[in-house]
Write a protein that binds this ligand. Structure first.
Ligand SMILES: N[C@@H](CCC(=O)N[C@@H](CS)C(=O)NCC(=O)O)C(=O)O
Length: 242
């Protein structure tokens, strides 16, 4: 059986598990701590990063893009009969999502409203591009789920958790992306892409004492303490519409 060496909060891992779920392939997850990487993992991972996918034949593959291509080459694609040209376009849109994973992580770890706002601006460039491209939905390319949806799933899922817990919507102003997000987080396969304690671990890491989002969630960010320009604050001033 396929094995995926994983870290619970990793969006690159979530993209791979999303692909496996969408393809209905059986696999086993092996979780490691990145702060204490086991030697067996270092022996098979040239970069020391997750995800690593161990094929049914026992080969360890690394880099999520390469793993995604392997899954399409070795197993039936999520979407049949995609032309070479369309595949290239799909890969380009996949990349527009995956290249923003780390931007989203750092946005969510921002220590204060000002840093959050600056980082969010970068992240929203990705959502603005998707907004331009999206049509009727419900998925990126229409009625058919594709690799693009699976690549954007980590971004859309995490934005959904943040909105639910803090009221801050990283997709604010992007109506089509918001609609797409609803379709993606409504997929049954979403639950297979994460561990059962994902939301708790997510909260501990991104909504803890030291982050702006954590302060917002606990109601510790308020107008008196807000020392940034009103149009950059995503909570007190912004909500008041000033
Ligand atoms: N380019 C890699 C990025 C993977 C990545 O950044 N993984 C992070 C966890 S989300 C990691 O393993 N970090 C540990 C490290 O860099 O030592 C991929 O697409 O697979």
């Amino acid at each position: 059986m396929i094995k995926v060496v994983s870290f619970k909060l990793c969006p690159f891992v979530q993209r791979v598990t999303a692909l496996l779920e969408a393809k209905n392939l059986p696999y086993e997850l092996v979780y490691i701590q990145l702060s204490d990487k086991p030697q067996w993992f270092l022996d098979i991972s040239p970069t020391g990063q997750v995800p690593v996918l161990i094929t049914e034949e026992g080969t360890a593959l690394f880099e999520s893009d390469a793993i995604a291509e392997f899954l399409d080459d070795a197993y039936p694609a999520i979407e049949a009969n995609v032309s070479a040209t369309q595949k290239a376009l799909d890969r380009a849109w996949v990349y527009q999502g995956s290249k923003h994973y780390l931007t989203q992580c750092s946005t969510m770890r921002s220590p204060d409203a000002k840093v959050f706002s600056e980082r969010l601006e970068k992240l929203q460039k990705a959502f603005a591009r998707a907004e331009q491209q999206l049509a009727q939905g419900p998925y990126f390319k229409g009625s058919q789920l594709s690799n693009i949806d699976m690549a954007w799933l980590p971004l859309l899922h995490r934005a959904d958790i943040v909105r639910r817990l803090t009221g801050i919507d990283m997709l604010e102003g992007f109506a089509k992306v918001q609609k797409w997000q609803k379709a993606i987080v409504g997929l049954d396969l979403l639950y297979g892409t994460i561990s059962s304690d994902f939301e708790q671990i997510f909260m501990n890491f991104y909504l803890g004492q030291s982050t702006y989002l954590g302060k917002v969630m606990r109601g510790e960010h308020n107008e008196q303490d807000c020392d940034i320009t009103k149009n950059a604050c995503h909570t007190c001033c912004y909500k008041k519409g000033q």
